[in-house]
Design a binder for this molecule. Sequence first.
Ligand code: E4P
Length: 213
Amino acid sequence: MQLFLDTANLDEIREAADMGLIDGVTTNPSLMAKESGDPAGIIREICSIVDGPVSAEILSTEFEEMLKEATAVAKWHPNVVVKVPLTADGLKTVHRLSPQGVRFNVTLCFSLAQALLAAKVGAAYVSPFVGRWDDIDTPGIELIPDMVQMFDQHGFETQILVASVRSPLHVSQAALVGADVATLPLKVLKQMIGHPLTDIGLAKFLADARGKN
Ligand code: E4P
């Protein structure tokens, strides 16, 4: 299973990349808006730090504009994956440009039916947002096993990229049921590393070693 970092912050990306823990990066317009610099420059800088897929989201919502913007964004760097919302125009954009080699991440997916459509048009990734389901008192992670089964059953090559991840539990549950990727904030990656028994065990080992000397 691959882990992507869900941020546009270069310091965070460098920190996670230095630990060898991330295979790619996802950004979205909200994350990009927190950073200074032009979007193409930020995305190229991210691509220079992480040698893997880097999702860059377009802002157009009408088909003709989406075609133009997606074509331009795809040229920013060979590792760019163009992110489009799961709308009729977004799906049409994927259908039109995927055969030309543009890779897409279809984002803001909240249902199995939506995921099926993203796979049908040939998206490289579909991003089910689990945390935003949780926010409205519905366990979003429960979508993922069915999505994995649906894609396996029909041989779809679209990768399931679990997004809107809020906890280590989301990541381990996604991994257990066979999601291809989870994208997570640095905070969650650090929460995955930490365990109180690791800290207690290490403190004891060091204390014992000091006592012997
Ligand atoms: C990833 O592609 C999404 O942009 C992101 O995971 C959304 O997360 P949020 O619901 O925490 O904003």
